[in-house]
Design a protein around this ligand. Structure first.
Ligand code: HGY
Ligand code: MN
Ligand code: MN
Length: 416
């Protein structure tokens, strides 16, 4: 396949403007975004993206999980399309670039191809995957997981948020439940551009992360049950404090992760304390453990050690516990040819680059099961993400989108 000329570049100003116009939808309270999945704000962002895609001459389809597929025709309508995308939903205190850069980077590729009058043999399809974040509805990467056959559609529809609202009902309510069955689309390849969400690229002064692997993840939801009682009049030896149990598990998770450095990680990000009254000893706590490692055996060992540790903590405190796995994917190795296309593109365009393992999960991790897949990463300031202060430079966005452009167009085969 002929490689695109090194002067083939996206329009960085237009990409930057699009990102910041999207950021006006579902603003956070500190300069970032709160555009959680299946909220009205998510619906508004989808409408904006759809309008932009249609203005760029694309036709937009929506599947039963609400995932959006914007298609730019190729010269061979029967050729397997090249997919490119990410997600538009955000964390409750999210940044403006997590996910959005990958979706609008895909749109920018099509806009640039239109400007340049370039045709490709294979169609190009820009994708917005529903509920990548998994914060309102666990697990993360829900729609791409259904697409990859990891989750059943009805199981996904029955997922409930903290207010007890069903995923399927909310998808219907915002008007983005499509007719297209999920997962029947065949792909020549899938590419995802994403900010690193870690400090490596910035610390090393490198423009592009060539993502060779993604680390594995497990989310364990733990319920600890003790006994509510008065914080003043209950003698210490008689307390069955579910809050103290959770605190000891929090320390346990940290200690286990520290035993597998430098790559393993572990923390608790979601916590519910009942009845959450200043002068009642917590009778019940519900919290989610997030553990990750690039090594499957390590992840499984951490899981086992944590479960044993929770049982020992609760037995010693005469409190009970339940553990439910609410999210999981094994470490991922991306497609060699697609990874090479990314690396060659960075080389050709004169961007510095290095191989990198993704610390965060991405839709690409599931799509890698059903199509040749690779990711492009750009740096982010202080490696900060899942924080409203998340920041990237326009130059980093441009470098990432240029490399994505070349990898996608080379795979879609330019027609002279
Ligand atoms: O949790 C993750 O890694 C992703 O940001 N949803
Ligand atoms: Mn993301
Ligand atoms: Mn995220």
């Amino acid at each position: 396949m002929a490689a695109p000329g090194e002067n083939l570049r996206i329009n960085a100003d237009r990409l930057w403007d699009a990102i910041h116009e999207m950021a006006e939808i579902g603003p956070g309270v500190a300069g970032g975004n709160n555009r959680q999945t299946l909220t009205d704000e998510d619906g508004e962002g989808r409408h904006l993206f759809k309008r932009w895609c249609e203005e760029a001459g694309m036709s937009v389809a929506v599947d039963e999980m609400g995932t959006m597929f914007a298609r730019r025709e190729g010269t061979d309508p029967d050729a397997l399309p090249v997919y490119v995308g990410s997600h538009l939903d955000t964390q409750p205190t999210g940044g403006r670039y997590d996910g959005v850069l990958g979706v609008l980077g895909g749109l920018e590729i099509v806009r640039s191809l239109n400007d340049l009058g370039i045709k490709t043999k294979h169609p190009i399809i820009v994708t917005n995957w529903t509920n990548e974040e998994g914060t309102r509805y666990a697990p993360a990467m829900l729609a791409s997981g259904v697409f990859a056959g990891v989750h059943e559609l009805d199981w996904a529809y029955d997922r409930k948020d903290a207010a007890g609202k069903r995923f399927g009902d909310e998808l219907e309510r915002i008007g983005w439940k499509g007719e297209e069955p999920v997962g029947q689309r065949k792909m020549k390849a899938f590419f995802e551009l994403h900010i690193e969400q870690g400090p490596i690229l910035e610390d090393e002064g490198i423009d592009i992360g060539v993502v060779t692997h993604g680390q594995g993840l497990k989310w364990l939801q733990v319920t600890i049950t003790g006994k509510e009682s008065h914080t003043g009049s209950t003698p210490m030896p008689k307390r069955r404090n579910a809050g103290l149990g959770m605190a000891r598990v929090t320390e346990l998770v940290h200690e286990v992760a520290m035993d597998y450095q430098p790559n393993a990680v572990g923390a608790i990000g979601h916590v519910e304390v009942y009845p959450n009254s200043r002068n009642i000893i917590p009778g019940r706590t519900v919290f989610t453990i997030d553990i990750r490692s690039p090594n499957k055996e390590t992840l499984d060992t951490m899981d086992a050690r944590i479960r044993e540790g929770i049982a020992a903590i609760c037995e010693a405190m005469d409190i009970s516990h339940e553990v439910e796995q609410v999210g999981h994917f094994d470490p991922v190795t991306f497609d060699e040819d697609c990874v090479k296309a990314v690396r060659n593109a960075a080389e050709r365009l004169g961007y510095t680059h290095r191989n990198i393992v993704s610390g965060a999960g991405h839709d690409a991790c599931w799509i890698n099961r059903v199509a040749p897949t690779a990711m492009v990463m750009c740096p982010c300031v202080d490696g900060l993400s899942h924080n409203e202060a998340e920041e990237i430079s326009k130059e980093w966005a441009q470098a990432g989108a240029d490399v994505l452009f070349h990898a996608v167009v080379e795979t879609a085969e330019i027609v002279e």
